[in-house]
Design a protein around this ligand. Structure first.
Ligand code: CTP
Length: 338
């Protein structure tokens, strides 16, 4: 054998050896033994690639009664744990059986949840507890990867954990509950406001004073940034402006914001100050303070930007200031809805 053919054989042996070794490493990495791989490596790799590149779908359920910014913040955090967020809205009957009757009916709660900008899909009439059947439906029909809930205990009337099965399956994740707000707290504020009304009307008890007693919400710039879109209007945007109190953000607000957004390409919402609302609607209002109202509006998918504390009277100056505030784009033709 001459030296040329011997070195050719050595090279060929190295190449074949390398291929075999590579295939074995790939097969081992994929969890199959090298001697009898269940799938050709390329197909296994392709499947793994497809699996990895499938969006991670997360599921959060809840009552979302009198939807508030605490719920929106829960949905925001849940969405951040995956690529797509599916929300199960618990049926009226299930809420009644587990917590007592809801204030807002299912169709309104659905509308509110759907309007939140971090929500991709909504399932109506979700069960209060994750049952085995429903969990399998979530995994197999809705391709859900994880079930998510706030870090508060969610107990059934018999004292058991509503998420026990999801936890056991290793498919449960938790987000941080937002302090300072709950449906019960809001109903409490409303009752307080009704009780105080005759007294406050006479004594001009300011809503602001009352709110500092009952609102435990601490607004931070980080929270506002988390809720913001961070985008201004484009150079040729048709900017629509709408203002109001947006107190106890509800399905009617969502509907008008949807319609307003439909009139242009950028919706700017002016939110009146607590003082403006107290002086125009009575000292017992608003129920939610300026920052709380701003977060609820900002979470709405139809809203692009808010003015936190908009003046009652619209002036030319205000829009000049606005233009500075929205310096990413120049305000185009402006539509004002009143
Ligand atoms: N949630 C939250 N922060 C709040 C209120 C609710 O993170 N301040 C979360 C809950 O942990 C849950 C989701 O929002 O994952 C939906 O909550 P929901 O079923 O509506 O009920 P509650 O937790 O009882 O909310 P609330 O007390 O406001 O009715």
């Amino acid at each position: 054998m001459d030296s040329a053919s011997s070195s050719a054989r050595t090279v060929a042996a190295c190449v074949i050896g390398g291929i075999v070794l590579g295939a074995s490493v790939v097969a081992l990495h994929l969890g199959a033994g090298p001697a009898a791989p269940s799938l050709p490596p390329v197909e296994a790799l392709r499947r793994r690639f497809r699996r990895r590149h499938r969006p991670v779908r997360v599921y959060m359920d809840g009552c979302f009664d009198m939807m508030h910014y605490g719920h929106c913040n829960a949905l925001r955090q849940a969405r951040a744990l995956g690529d797509e967020l599916v929300v199960g809205v618990v049926s009226d009957d299930e809420i009644t059986a587990n917590k007592g009757p809801p204030v807002t009916p299912l169709h309104e709660r659905m509308k509110m949840v759907r309007a939140v900008k971090w929500v991709d899909d909504v399932i109506p009439d979700a069960p209060y507890a994750i049952t085995e059947d429903f969990m399998n439906k979530l995994f197999n029909e809705y391709n859900i990867d994880y079930i998510i809930h706030g870090d508060d205990p969610c107990l059934l009337p018999d004292g058991t954990d509503a998420y026990a099965l999801a936890k056991k399956a290793g498919r449960y994740k938790q987000i941080k509950r937002t302090e300072g707000v709950s449906t019960t707290d809001i109903v409490g504020r409303m009752l307080l406001c009704v009780r105080e009304r005759p007294v406050s009307d006479n004594q001009s008890h300011s809503s602001l004073q009352r709110q500092t007693k009952i609102s435990h919400f601490l607004p931070t710039s980080r929270r506002i940034v988390q809720f913001s879109n961070g985008r201004g209007p484009g150079p040729d945007s048709r900017v629509v402006y709408i203002d109001g109190a947006f107190d106890l953000f509800h399905a009617g607000h969502v509907e008008i914001l949807r319609l307003a957004r439909g009139l242009g390409d950028f919706l700017l919402v002016g939110i009146h100050t607590d003082q403006t609302i107290s002086s125009t609607r009575g000292p017992h209002r608003p129920i939610m303070n300026l920052h709380e109202r701003s977060l609820s509006v900002l979470a709405c998918r139809y809203v692009d930007e808010v003015i936190i504390g908009a003046p009652w009277h619209i002036s030319k100056d205000m829009f000049v200031t606005c233009e500075l505030g929205l310096s990413l784009g120049k305000l185009g033709p402006l539509i004002y809805i009143c």
